[in-house]
Design a protein around this ligand. Structure first.
Ligand SMILES: N[C@@H](CCC(=O)N[C@@H](CS)C(=O)NCC(=O)O)C(=O)O
Length: 198
């Protein structure tokens, strides 16, 4: 059975739990003790030399990084629905995975890290970056229900967690009605699961 190494409050882990649930994939969840440093143990580093969660193990296949795991699950179990292979469609969807790994991580994800977990970082910069990406996202979502292709894809799954969790990082979504409508849509998808803070 598929195994997911994760942490409850990690938005990156949640991206994967959400995808597994949307695809209806049975799996086993293994909690990793980050406070106890389990993710830096020799045993865990064999799974992921980066010493980070989430990690997915599917038989002989080990995948690290939430976005790589979304790609794996979508292509292995989701046909063309969640990540199509036609050149233009694929590049549009992949573009948002990189936005999640860059602008969203350095914005709302880092602001949440600072306020919720007291991890020292430049919170002013993170907050400024958070509002910059919220503005872009809200404008992009004008007249759109989903980020790309008029249907839910891994783009939505990758961007949703840290955007919807932005208030945990004292970043308000109030001025972004298109983002609020998009969050509502995602919460109504068959198989949707939440996490603490949502
Ligand atoms: N690019 C990675 C980032 C994963 C990540 O930042 N994981 C955090 C928890 S959300 C972690 O394991 N932190 C512990 C550490 O880096 O030491 C992904 O998207 O999965």
């Amino acid at each position: 059975m598929i195994k997911l190494y994760h942490v409850e409050l990690s938005g990156n882990s949640y991206k994967v739990r959400l995808m597994l649930s949307l695809l209806g994939i049975k799996h086993e969840q293994v909690l990793v003790d980050l406070r106890g440093g389990e993710h830096k143990s020799p045993q865990f580093l064999k799974l992921n030399p980066f010493g980070q969660i989430p990690v997915l193990v599917d038989g002989d296949v080990v995948v690290r990084d939430s976005h790589a795991i979304l790609v794996y699950l979508a292509r292995r179990y989701g046909d063309e629905d969640w990540l199509p292979t036609e050149a233009q469609s694929m590049s549009k969807v992949m573009g948002w995975l990189f936005t999640a790994a860059n602008e969203i991580r350095q914005g709302p994800e880092f602001a949440r890290r600072y306020h919720l977990f007291q991890i020292p970082l430049d919170v002013q910069l993170a907050t400024q970056r958070a509002y910059a990406i919220l503005k872009i996202l809200d404008e992009h979502l004008t007249g759109r229900q989903w980020l790309e292709l008029n249907r839910p894809t891994v783009a939505d799954v990758a961007c949703f967690p840290y955007i919807a969790l932005a208030p945990d990082g004292k970043v308000s979504l109030d001025a972004y009605p298109n983002i609020i409508a998009w969050i509502k849509q995602i919460k109504q998808l068959p198989g949707y699961v939440g996490m603490p803070g949502l």
